[in-house]
Design a protein around this ligand. Structure first.
Ligand SMILES: Cc1cc2nc3c(=O)[nH]c(=O)nc-3n(C[C@H](O)[C@H](O)[C@H](O)COP(=O)(O)OP(=O)(O)OC[C@H]3O[C@@H](n4cnc5c(N)ncnc54)[C@H](O)[C@@H]3O)c2cc1C
Length: 492
């Protein structure tokens, strides 16, 4: 086959999925990853023999016939030990001293919440109807004919906040429907309706944890690529993208090698991609400036807590705890308002959890003053800052998990600085580039770049998260294989 050499920069989920699709279609794939392990945000790490995840807690729509199930069947990831969360309450939303359940399935979700908000039957029906519509049409972009507009095109250009406030009158119910907020950056003046609806819909359809951690996803993809004849090379950073005669020609890596390629796919943050492209290329300064000026979403503070043996029962759901007066659509960083409590999936016959994760929004501005100091040598004030944040998180969830403090053996913390350093996530942003419904053209990036043969993939383009990145890998590979092949590959 001609023009079949593909180099992929970064072995995050997006890069590996593209590698999988192209290797399966006979392309000669080389994935270059700067870290010693693959996975980017999906890396797992061990502390005192206990496994923790970097950026993975649960996924949605993995049930039979659902969208991620279709994709993961294709990527051969369905045989991993998935565990379904409690159908009656997969996410518990705690606001002040009140608690509300998210139940799985559109009807169950509606029925459980109507018990609390009987006066909002109509609003809830409309809310669910929109989510379902978006979820039902998730593959439409792959089926569009020339000139057609998809639901995602329409809803990306509408405000999620406006939809919610127009659909739901009761301000408490609005808070509840925004309560699983840490899945995306809820920002009233930017968040597109499509992001809000698609992500909430997929988790309402069904929600799943993975026993043994997220690393398994990326390890399995990497092995599949190698089995199909490709290579995944770790501890090798790309230092420049080279263009020749108006087309991408390959990449230079920090091991001194030049990797020739007919196609280069960048799985790294677009601001980094443009700085890797050599000056004087087809990529004009105006494009570079535009990409570099895009804003990032906020980051995440994480406390990975190792627990004493048999001290805290495993809970098969996530708990989102918010202060009573939290405005979820205008996150404040001068106090800790919201914490997600999550546990690693345990087999059915296991009663206790070995660990628990707490996540809370944190901005880059809060940590930027330590950015030029190396990890582990950021000084006492950084340690004190992290301890104070941990304490605020523990205080916020104390009324919901009163026995947690006694169960703690050790706490490991990370901030946006940690993500910035270890996964090269620009400014440690948790959800990639901020998309703005009011400025779709500038903030939504396509896989294509101005350099022919240089494509992009990953969470910064379309949607973040496992589902978003998986969908984007299809769009990216469609640029090489064509839509028809992609449709056949995933059988739609
Ligand atoms: C705290 C947190 C919790 C999350 N929880 C969930 C969850 O529960 N469910 C969910 O669906 N999503 C979750 N996400 C989101 C999800 O993890 C990400 O959207 C997804 O993993 C991003 O994948 P990616 O391929 O776009 O990028 P990345 O994972 O960022 O991969 C990019 C890769 O490129 C490599 N790289 C960078 N520069 C170079 C270079 N010059 N040369 C070679 N390699 C390079 C990096 O090392 C990295 O491996 C979470 C994210 C965070 C931060």
């Amino acid at each position: 086959m001609k023009n079949n050499r593909v180099v992929i920069i970064g072995a995050g989920l997006g890069g590996l999925q593209c590698g999988y699709i192209l290797a399966k279609n006979g392309y000669d794939v080389t994935v270059l990853e700067q870290e010693r392990v693959v996975g980017g945000c999906l890396q797992s790490f061990a502390r005192r023999g206990t496994l923790f995840d970097t950026g993975f807690h649960y996924v949605g729509a993995l049930g039979e016939g659902e969208a991620l199930n279709r994709l993961f069947t294709y990527f051969d990831l369905m045989s991993l030990p998935w565990k379904k969360l409690d159908a009656d309450c997969f996410d518990e939303i705690v606001i002040g001293d009140k608690s509300y359940p998210y139940a799985m399935g559109h009807n169950n979700f509606y029925n459980r919440l109507v018990e609390y908000f009987p006066h909002e039957r109509e609003g809830l029906k409309n809310y669910i109807a929109l989510l379902k519509r978006v979820g039902d049409h998730i593959f439409d972009n792959l089926k569009l004919k020339e000139g057609e507009k998809s639901l995602s095109n329409t809803y990306f250009a509408q405000s999620a906040y406006k939809f919610l406030t127009e659909t739901i009158q009761d301000p408490i119910l609005r808070q509840v429907l925004s309560g699983a907020s840490l899945k995306m950056e809820l920002k009233a003046d930017t968040l597109p309706l499509y992001t809000f609806a698609q992500i909430n819909d997929s988790f309402i359809r069904s929600s799943w944890r993975l026993m043994g951690g997220g690393q398994q996803l990326v390890d399995k993809l990497a092995h599949s690529i190698e089995r199909m004849g490709g290579s995944v090379i770790t501890a090798t950073a790309v230092i420049s993208i080279v263009e020749k005669d108006g087309r991408v020609a390959g990449v230079r890596a920090d091991n001194g090698n030049f990797y020739e390629a007919d196609w280069v796919i960048s799985n790294v943050h677009p601001a980094l991609t443009v700085s890797l492209v050599e000056e004087g290329s087809m990529m004009r300064p105006i494009y570079r400036r535009r990409i570099k000026s895009l804003e990032n979403t906020f980051g995440m503070f994480t406390a990975n807590i190792l627990l004493k043996k048999d001290s805290l029962p495993y809970i098969n759901k996530n708990i989102f705890v918010h202060k009573a007066d939290t405005d979820m659509w205008n996150v404040r960083f001068d106090r800790t308002e919201s914490v997600l409590v999550s546990m690693p999936a345990q087999p059915d016959d296991v009663t206790y959890t070995p660990s628990i994760d707490l996540l809370s929004p944190m901005s880059w501005q809060e940590v930027v003053k330590w950015a030029d100091k190396p990890a582990g040598r950021r000084g006492e004030d950084y340690v004190t800052f992290k301890q104070a944040k941990t304490e605020q998180c523990l205080q916020l969830i104390e009324h919901r998990l009163p026995h947690l403090r006694d169960a703690i053996e050790h706490i490991y913390t990370s901030t946006p600085l940690t993500y910035h350093n270890y996964t090269t996530t620009n400014q440690g942003c948790a959800y990639g580039i901020r998309k703005d419904y009011d400025n779709v053209i500038m903030t939504m990036l396509t896989p294509r770049t101005p350099v022919p043969g240089l494509l992009q993939t990953g969470q910064n383009l379309n949607l973040h998260g496992i589902m978003g990145v998986s969908m984007t890998s299809l769009y990216t590979c469609a640029e090489i294989l064509g839509l028809e092949t992609i449709r056949k590959e995933i059988n739609i």
